[in-house]
Ligand binder design. Sequence first.
Ligand code: AMP
Length: 399
Amino acid sequence: MNYNKKSIEDIDVSGKRVLCRCDFNVPTKNGKITSDKRIVAAMPTIEYLVNHGAKVILCSHMGKPKGEWKPELSLKVVAERISELLGKEVIMAADVAGADSQAKAAALKDGDVMMLENTRFMKGETKNDPELSKALASLADIFVNDAFGTAHRAHSSTAGVADYLPAVSGFLVNKEVSIMGKALANPERPFVAILGGAKVSDKLNVINNLLEKVDTLIIGGGMAYTFLAAKGYSIGSSLLDSEKIDYCKEMMAKAEAKGVKLLLPIDTVVADSFPDPIDGDIAVETVAADAIPDGKMGLDIGEKTRALFADAAKSAKTVVWNGPMGVFENPTLAKGTIAVAQALADSEAVTIVGGGDSAAACEQLGFADKITHISTGGGASLEFLEGLELPGIACLQDK
Ligand code: AMP
């Protein structure tokens, strides 16, 4: 995939109708937005377009209306919040690309901003229906994709519309593509990837692809136990993807053949069972990774492993991290995940954290501003690491 894509700064937007796909999938409660983080993150792109005299037409999905018209998932609340942040009216359309949107888009003046309704109110959106893509395209002269979280989806508003309009990235997508793209295509070395999370089967292609690129691959979290089992260790009642033992053996052989260092836990924090409730009190002990007693369950990396992984991260020039090192929802079992987050925060390397749990851990610990890039898309960043072509990025014009 070509990561060198045009952004809004590479084209002339003044006087043009610009359809800008954002990620306004914000949490709401009783009709009120409970976190406006995603809206705030989109503001630099919106402000740039306004300040450069574009006629701005915003669109996004919110929640899962599944093609039904659900008033509680209207983007009106988002339009109101943007209006407060911008200090100017955001005109709300009553439909997605229907008669009301067409009329309002046609009446826009330079610097005006309007918002379409929730794109997933339309059944055609997630089917990438060409009719909907064409209708969306007919509103505008240029398409801007600034929603990385949905870039791995080929939907009408994320990719389909680009069949009919010149397409470029907004600032958020541009940052994701340039930083993660560079890390994968031309990383400063040593390049270390740290993978965690529950299951090996969720990250098969990520492991395979990263082994082609990294100098060191670190595996922690629930997925590490299947690797330990593949080494012939007994893993007690720890999480096991029994169908993936051969795959793990294959990956260990591939690492060796390629001269990639593969680091697995050398010690592990075990308990009698999975914590219930997940954040409840739990009695734990630390054992060597090759000596997990029968009936014990590995739930976090041990202290020696934390030091081993942290050293590898600190001596790297590029680090990518995706997935927690243990059951971090429980404070007793969060130490491994915190240690990795701390190591990335302390590292001089280019540090990239994949979306979801690891991103949340960095933010909760207050490390966000010490990380080079925290990806906004969980699924999208994983597909990126798999080396897949993301439809919402592939559709953008090359530089
Ligand atoms: P993922 O969605 O694949 O990133 O996995 C995240 C989940 O993996 C979190 O909810 C963790 O609690 C869970 N997890 C991490 N380590 C373990 C482990 N050793 N055993 C069971 N679950 C784990």
